[in-house]
Design a protein around this ligand. Structure first.
Ligand code: MYR
Length: 131
């Protein structure tokens, strides 16, 4: 059900979230308009993600419950896992540089893909529309 190509439509509190991550204002301004597009291909418990934005294109493979590494667009390295709880994908990642926790979820809400983010007490949300 997550399968498809999803293009970011709007974000809530994403600037504050990035600020909490320590991303400088210039990069935050660019990231607000990153035109993020993700293509999700799920086969059983395996996911193949194609990420494209004004920053980069990137392909990611992971298996539910299996730890993997991910580098954010600003270069920050994370390691963690995605798990499926009911219909919601729940991600728990640790920054490699300070070991602090970043959590994220993906859920389908009224035909849109909603991704939530939390880092050190700050929540954000990005809503994606299917292409
Ligand atoms: C994926 O499933 O797309 C790969 C793993 C994603 C890990 C969590 C992503 C957090 C991104 C935060 C963006 C911060 C702004 C640079």
């Amino acid at each position: 059900a997550f399968n498809g190509t999803w293009k970011v439509d709007h974000s809530e509190n994403y600037d504050k979230f990035m600020e909490q991550l320590g991303i400088n204002v210039m990069k935050r301004k660019l990231a607000e308009h990153d035109n993020l597009k993700i293509t999700i291909e799920q086969t059983g418990d395996k996911f193949h993600i194609k990420e494209s934005s004004t920053f980069r294109t990137k392909e990611i493979d992971f298996t539910l419950g299996v730890q993997f590494d991910y580098t954010m667009a600003d270069g920050t390295e994370l390691t963690g896992t995605w798990e499926l709880e009911g219909d919601v994908l729940k991600g728990k990642f640790n920054r490699k540089d300070n070991n602090k926790v970043l959590t994220t979820t993906r859920a389908l809400v009224g035909g849109e893909l909603v991704q939530s983010y939390n880092y050190e007490g700050v929540d954000a949300k990005r809503t994606f529309k299917k292409q």
